[in-house]
Design a protein. Sequence first.
Length: 366
Amino acid sequence: MFRNPQSAIRNQKLHIRPYKAGDEEQILRLRGAVFGDLDPVRTTLSAWRWQFLDNPAGESFCVIAEDGGVFVGQYAAIPTRFSVKGNETVFAFSCDTMVHPEYRRKGIFVALADELYRSMKEKNGITTVWGFPNEASLPGFTGRLGWNLLRAFPLWVRPFRPLTWFCRQVPLLKKVFPAPEVQKESSAPSRPYVLERGLVIEPLSHFHEEFDHLWKRHHGLSPIMQIRDRPYLNWRYLGMPAFGYLPFSIKWKGNLAGFMVLRMMNLMGHSFGVLVDLFPFPLINASVTRLVTDFAAVSCRTQGAEFMTCLFSTASPEFLKDLGFRKVPNLFNPKKWYFGCRFEEKGRIPESAADWYISYGDTDIV
């Protein structure tokens, strides 16, 4: 049962309506007021259009709350194609949910969500919504909107300068241990690399037809996986060059065995590398997977990273440790990855986090 969105707002002067062309500038202005320049690329109009209009799965779903023509809230979701036990279906990925700081605790968040969920169900038949709520919004998602918190993923890092990283957590020592500068793109790998006989890693400028076959060979790796075919990969990792994604093909004995995506980031005073995706995970065997992650680590370190981080939901802690990653204690964890879903039709979609194949590439933060 969906509530009347207007009646849910405690300030009746506010108006909720669907997105319309031309709203982008005010949406980005609101984003700046809520998130600041957390990821500067995402504050640009070109990045907004890439994410919300150019998605090969379809244009986004978006509702706006405005006060006298000024945007004070938004709830957006993008369609995402999933393989669920081998059958393709569409979920909605919840992202860029925001309410201006001066308009919080007025029921806007819940009213926007109710309207968006109702619209997606009636117009598109989409009832499953998933995403990564932050710590502040998590109670609203799980309490008022009926989400299930499936898992809080730990932060795994492969440290290159452990002392520097640790000391930069202590405010008094930050000036003594400044963050290293990220090197220019020219230091990123730009040619094929032979890691051992038969194993070759090569930078990609385009995901070609062979990657469709790769997906088909591995689509049963987990019961629930976002479809990683050629249209998705080209959009996700090559459609917005400003993000600086570095995709690689992985060939074993002359055949395509997988792909890997890296990204260098600066956040909270740290320069670090991200193993955004590695598919399939694990690769052919543990030895090949280790060689490829070692290559990723060297690439990130030579570009000035203090550490490299990864997120692979299906990996055991023992295997990640074997690859050189260490779990960051909660006391020093700057980012907690809460993963949740809203299932309207109970039992149709597996509700265990163990059934989902998730990497950083499935998030909208990295």
